[in-house]
Design a protein around this ligand. Sequence first.
Ligand code: FMN
Length: 392
Amino acid sequence: MNEKLVFKHGILASFYSRVLTPFLSKDERIDAESLSQLALEVLGQVSLRRTWPGVSEVISAAGDNLRIVDGRLEQEIFGCQFKNPVGLAAGFDKNGIAAGLWDQFGFGFAELGTVTMKGQPGNTRPRLFRLAYEQAALNRMGFNNNGADKMLRTLQKQCLKKPGNRSFILGINLGKSKVTPLELASEDYATSLELLAPQADYVVINVSSPNTPGLRELQSAKQLRRLVKRLRVIEMCPPLLVKIAPDLENWAIDEIANFACEERLAGLIAVNTSLDRLGLGKRLLVQTGRTLGEEQGGLSGSPLCLKALAVMRRLRASVGSDVPLIGVGGIDSPQAAWERIAAGASLVQLYTGWIFKGPDLVPSILEGFLSQLDLHGFKKISDVVGSEAPWI
Ligand SMILES: Cc1cc2nc3c(=O)[nH]c(=O)nc-3n(C[C@H](O)[C@H](O)[C@H](O)COP(=O)(O)O)c2cc1C
């Protein structure tokens, strides 16, 4: 292992690569879900105590080398001030238990959820599988979460500052409860939003998870229009974004792009996990003895990168600079993040790549951005959005 890289971004990154990376390098070593649950529980306890004398200093010192602060990385998008364009994607902190800590890992924003109106257990375990060699994951979690009312209490307990006064941006991603029929989806999303609107800088309507039966049908412009109209009348409704699947036909991507322009949506997030097996249909899952082609769930990580990039290019071609785009899917290096921004994303999000690469990935991406800005002669990161400037 490269010692320089290990210590480059401090104690947390070093701990991760020495202690956790060995577990992540094999598919079957420690169940993937148990490992992230354990990590989240520890972070949740720390988040609750993060302002205690002594604790705040330790947290700040641990995250010191992960936070890259530079005015060239800042942007104002849908009325929110982003300190940098790299965020934590939805699904990792589903209940918001570590909401107060994500800036310490260097993220400019974090998306909590998916949360549903009613708490639900999700699908039966095992439902999250690591594909170490491919730096990928298959999941069929099924929106396991404690419900919107519990998330509200969890956020209140952490004494977060109000939206607009925080040093980083918190989004909340909303989904439909499994027990709610599709025809009543708007009311389900609306109840969650009524509870959580005062806590969120922005809200995402998730209609793209492959693990809730029928959910993706809500991606049609007609259904989305109904949903957005219903949510917009809610008091204090934050900027609304829609998160889309990577498996849409081109016409469907264009339809959503047109809808986003017409309705002046705050933004689109592309993409969720893929039902496509991305060339890995015959790959055996050691944990179940079946192939990926035989297993249910959505694929994420490195194999998703090119498909997600193509969706981003298509969206950008349709919406131009009228609707801000957030790029997610297979980003696991500074180059992949730069290419997503150059293709049209104002912001990017990480999940699977961050798990495999560890906390070092965020500062590495941001440092990569700064050196590319210099090499290209760009003044700030917003100049790169949609420029198709290559990684050099
Ligand atoms: C275990 C797991 C759970 C996820 N849960 C959610 C979720 O609840 N809501 C959501 O919008 N996306 C969810 N996602 C999708 C991610 O936010 C992201 O869109 C997708 O994984 C592609 O990014 P990546 O390749 O960087 O992981 C989940 C992904 C994984 C791997």
